[in-house]
Design a protein around this ligand. Structure first.
Ligand SMILES: [Zn+2]
Length: 261
């Protein structure tokens, strides 16, 4: 057993709340009925299936990357998925903790993991020029082609799926900028910072056009594939910190909502 206070202190160290973007909603979003935590279920997104799974497994806390409460919640009915999730949490007395853009930005968090998938870097910083903060830009120790980066991205995140890109496969690249998840709008910042390639997700046509018209390379790794590693990373860090004092499991319902043909 680990107390909720010990756990929140651990999460706060892993992903300090002040690193979250202004629009975000992170931390302890729902308090459960007990502060004595024996089991945790981890998911990228929680829905009512995740909560029922946690209840069946005797877990007292669900930890997610994406916060269930993102837009204002003004009713708690059975009519809408997000509201049902909150109702199940309250009915089952289970707590909910979210680490979102604060975990993206933290040192060793998702942005760092995302950049590391593309090679070894001699210099790296967040878009703001600090060690922690959203996005990462790095100089590769050994320049490589866009084709090499595409291969690495596919291997690391979607070996059985697909990724999309804009640019020239033979372009020689030494400056790589990334922001996992829905960071496509930061392409303009990445360009201004001198990145030759930007890797992100949820790209729209105008992001692709911007890259195309400015001789910039763009790699889109879909949002889910880029971030699902969160579950395994948090599980491992919890196991390292608390060992058998805590039963930690990644949700068995973890899957992308998208299907492709
Ligand atoms: Zn995300």
């Amino acid at each position: 057993m680990v107390t909720l206070q010990e756990l929140t202190a651990f999460f706060e160290k892993l992903a300090p709340k002040e690193l979250a973007e202004d629009y975000d909603n992170v931390g302890l979003l729902v308090e459960g009925v007990t502060d004595e935590i024996e089991g945790i279920v981890i998911a990228l997104d929680a829905d009512e299936k995740t909560v029922l799974e946690a209840a069946e497994k005797g877990a007292q806390l669900v930890v997610t990357h994406h916060p269930v409460m993102f837009r204002p919640v003004n009713r708690l009915t059975e009519g809408e998925g997000g509201q049902r999730t909150l109702r199940r949490l309250l009915q089952k007395g289970i707590g909910l903790y979210a680490m979102h853009t604060n975990y993206d930005s933290a040192q060793g968090g998702l942005c760092d993991v995302f950049l590391d998938a593309f090679g070894e870097f001699s210099e790296r910083s967040s878009f703001a020029g600090t060690e922690a903060g959203i996005g990462r830009i790095g100089i590769l120790k050994t320049p490589c082609t866009l084709a090499d980066l595409l291969k690495k991205g596919k291997q690391a995140f979607c070996p059985n799926g697909f990724l999309r890109y804009v640019g020239n496969e033979n372009a020689l690249i030494d400056t790589v900028a990334v922001c996992n998840g829905g960071g496509a709008d930061m392409i303009y910042e990445a360009y201004a910072l001198g990145a030759q390639v930007y890797v992100s997700g949820d790209c729209k046509h105008h992001h692709a056009r911007f890259a195309y018209e400015n001789n910039m390379n763009l790699i889109e790794i879909n949002h889910y594939d880029a971030e699902v590693g969160f579950c395994r990373q948090i599980a491992e860090q919890l196991q390292q910190a608390f060992g058998n004092k805590l039963k930690v499991e990644v949700s068995c319902h973890e899957e992308s909502p998208w299907k492709c043909i």
